[in-house]
Design a protein around this ligand. Structure first.
Ligand SMILES: *Cc1c(COP(=O)(O)O)cnc(C)c1O
Length: 547
């Protein structure tokens, strides 16, 4: 037994084991630090993987019969860090954030206690912080904190799914026992995240009952199309249960207008005598910008530059109304600067969650005792990690102003990036110029094709496809050189009409996603040069500048 006991943190807090344990942590941190290079986007060179890489693992890997010494285990773990993507100034690929120190330490605290967030008797720390972060975020977003409720869950995806469960339960409280009726419909923008698609499949509504609403030129949901599709559905005997308004699309930061969605559903409910249709703001990505809701844009206490202030104010025009939604999400693992998985699902009317709760009889070993008063029987998970501890630590450390500064910097960097890029590469367009935020999408053109034509539905689908192919080539080259600057890309930034087809067609675009706290305006010349080099490589011109 002694052999395996030393694999655990000590029982008595003795100093010898404490120092040993700390030395393991130190070794991992030191190894990662020794591979860091701000001019790269990886921890040392990317390790080339052979085509048989995973096949070899499957054939050869097995559990050791006798356990390895911790030093050897650490060596193996350190090997895994080699060549790993790392969030330096040159890491601009996607919403893949760096975990902040408070987030990491919060998570470590959670891991050391290893409480179970299912019940406060087993996980009192996580229960307490969960209630704290629900309250803190409810107040920031403008929910009535005495009525709202929520929980941490498995990503923005989990929040979209949880919202759907609530939506169905509100209109059909018996669906839990009897199953969902076969005429329920959900609505979202054609630019929405695929979370809703998976959710309607999983709940049994069926993906044919997911109605995609067209998006306009600013990549947000077209309200006329929403109203038309709602009426059409209702007139055909369908029941709308759930509308997802994406407040910050993952690919280009289009922001759906939650207030108008609410106005339309209210009108439909009255006109057709419907039960309330649940609106979920999929604010997984963009929700953090609602932290500017109470920013004084006149006094400008954080002294943002004029163009940054103007852009933030434009974002705030829509983000300040997030509270109109019946539920929403803060994906702390995205712009909240905490490690995976730390997502918070909030419900405006907390008592709605009661509709999802299990009966006492169904949970024989937890909850409903004289002791313990916090039992999350309404979550889809049973055991839950106490991820609110990391969220809590981050909220305490950053404070509203810390978040405002980092969120404003993403905007600042994007504004400057757009200016620099436009001045240097003529045959490309920024395809989300109406959306300012952390993302810029860039599309390359040849032979007279251009974004204006595509956006206005005046390009042929052959032209669109040809430009997509061209951009795909660019993705490959950008990807090959990702060790220098790690750009992102998307094969469906948005959809556009074609002049010779009834279908809408996806737009491929490269992405600049400012996500590292270390990417600042002064690093952009290097990043633009890297992009330009990739375009030149694609055009098979000689590269003038060597990175
Ligand atoms: C990222 C994202 C999701 C999914 O979130 P996960 O945390 O990856 O599950 C859902 N919706 C939007 C708008 C997103 O940006």
């Amino acid at each position: 037994m002694k052999d395996v006991q030393h694999l655990f943190p000590s029982e008595d807090g003795n100093q010898f084991e404490q120092v040993t344990f700390l030395s393991y942590i130190e070794k991992v941190i030191m190894a990662i630090d020794s591979s860091k290079d701000p001019n790269k986007s990886t921890l040392g060179p990317i390790l080339e993987k052979s085509d048989d890489f995973y096949k070899d693992i499957i054939e050869n890997e097995k559990t050791p019969n006798t356990g390895l010494e911790m030093d050897l285990v650490l060596d193996e773990l350190i090997k895994l860090t080699k060549g790993h993507p790392y969030h330096t100034r040159n890491f601009v690929t996607n919403v893949l954030p760096m975990a902040s120190i408070p987030g990491i330490i919060g998570n470590l605290t959670n891991t050391l206690l290893n409480g179970n967030n299912l019940w406060d008797v087993y996980g009192p720390a996580a229960a307490e912080t969960e209630v704290k972060v629900i309250t803190m975020m409810s107040k920031l977003v403008g929910y009535d904190h005495t009525k709202s409720w929520g929980y941490t869950t498995w990503g923005g995806q989990g929040a979209v799914f949880s919202g759907l469960r609530v939506a169905v339960a509100k209109q059909f409280p018996k669906a839990k026992e009897e199953g969902v009726p076969n005429n329920l419909y959900c609505f979202a923008s054609e630019n929405a995240h695929y979370s809703l698609l998976k959710s309607v499949e999983a709940v049994g509504i069926g993906s044919n009952h997911l109605i995609r609403v067209k998006a306009g030129k600013d990549h947000s949901m077209d309200m006329e199309d929403l109203q038309m599709k709602l009426e059409e559905t209702i007139n055909n005997g369908g029941i709308p249960v759930y509308i997802v308004a994406t407040t910050g699309t993952t690919d280009c930061f289009g922001i759906d207008d939650v207030q108008s969605v609410k106005a339309i559903t209210t009108k439909m409910e009255k006109k057709y005598n419907l039960k309330p249709i649940h609106i979920h703001a999929d604010s997984a990505l963009g929700g953090f910008y609602s932290l500017f809701r109470e920013y004084d844009f006149i006094q400008n206490p954080l002294a943002f530059e004029e163009d940054v202030l103007k852009a933030l104010s434009a974002i705030n025009e829509r983000m300040q109304y997030l509270y109109v939604a019946d539920s929403l999400c803060f994906d702390f693992q995205k712009l909240g600067q905490t490690p995976y998985l730390t997502s918070l699902f909030l419900v405006k009317n907390g008592s709605d969650l009661g509709l999802l709760d299990l009966e006492e009889f169904e949970t024989p070993y937890v909850g409903n005792r004289g002791y313990g008063s916090y039992h999350t029987g309404y979550t889809l998970e049973c055991s839950r990690m106490g991820s609110s501890i990391a969220i809590y630590a981050a909220l305490l450390s950053f404070g509203v102003e810390g978040y405002q500064q980092i969120l404003a910097n993403y905007v600042r960097v994007n504004l400057a990036f757009r200016k620099k890029l436009a001045a240097r590469i003529p045959n490309m367009s920024i395809t989300n110029s109406e959306n300012i935020g952390p993302i810029t999408t860039i599309r390359i053109y040849e032979d007279g094709a251009n974004w204006e034509l595509e956006l206005n539905g005046e390009a042929t689908h052959e032209q669109i496809q040809k430009t997509n192919d061209l951009n795909y080539e660019l993705f490959e080259i950008l990807g090959e050189h990702r060790e220098e600057v790690f750009f992102g890309d998307t094969k469906r930034q948005c959809l556009v009409d074609a002049v010779n087809s009834d279908e809408r067609f996806p737009i491929y675009a490269a992405k600049f996603f400012s996500i590292s706290p270390y990417t600042e305006v002064e690093h952009l010349d290097h990043i633009v040069q890297a992009f330009e080099n990739a375009v030149e490589r694609m055009e098979k011109k000689e590269t003038v500048y060597v990175l």
